[in-house]
Design a protein around this ligand. Sequence first.
Ligand code: NCD
Length: 304
Amino acid sequence: MRPRSLLDVDDFSASELVSVLDRAVAFRESLPPRDLLAGVPVLNLFFEASTRTATSFTLAEQRVGADIISFAPGASSLGKGETINDTAITLSGIGVRLIVVRHNESGFARRLADCFDGHVVNAGDGTHAHPTQALLDLMTLRQEFGRFEGLRVAITGDILHSRVARSNIVGMRALGIDVTLVGPPTLLPPGFAGDGVRIERDFDAILPHVDAVMMLRIQRERIDVGLLPSLEDYTRRYQLNRARLRALRSDAVILHPGPYNRGVELTDEVLDDPRSRYVAQVRNGVFVRMAVLDALVNGAPVAA
Ligand code: NCD
């Protein structure tokens, strides 16, 4: 059997998710000894641009004492025509035990996990999944509300191209959160609706009723021309701005995975608003990633 990987949120059961989050909270309260992953060679393989995810993983790896190898995959033999299989055999032969991978192809993390004799953590694959982002969002929600069951969360924006939205839908549903997806039909096709997941085209109608709103940027690098005929129309309907902040409950919170596009999905006021939890999100990201590394390499903690 292959070592355990985290390719999407549902690689953990609901009780495992909760115990990984509990562990992350414990790490936030007091850092663990630095030997949790002592001597474990971890490779960071980011084929796609990343600021917060890459730095957050690196800091998490340092905090648990892993041996970190970071290299620019542009320089890898994959670019010279080597197959992913041969690269994976080489990396495990060298002694790499865990790979954190980001790639613009949906399913790349799974392809790597299928041939790598070690753990793989998906740090974002195309439009498919970004499980550690969803975990840090869940951690931030629980920090705020002390529970998941029955919370109402709106995810607004370019859902179609968002791996963050997909992984959050999986995690939120597993933990009993009520999800409303908000966006125009071109960026949010009807097929996204499902059990506990509904679609709302009218952002103003839903805003006063949610505990949290997660704003997503438009993924320009993945978008087909024509899916967004008018940016002006989009911002008029879906931008979180001063007027819409007034409609949001005083005890609601605003999440954003970053990077922001100021003036598109949000205005400057949003980031200054006391309900904005962006800093808590990125801070929690380090602890969640420490807990994920620990769970995969040392065995998932048993649910309390
Ligand atoms: C996201 C990503 O790369 O999927 N950012 C992140 O990891 N925090 C979201 C995005 O690119 O919009």
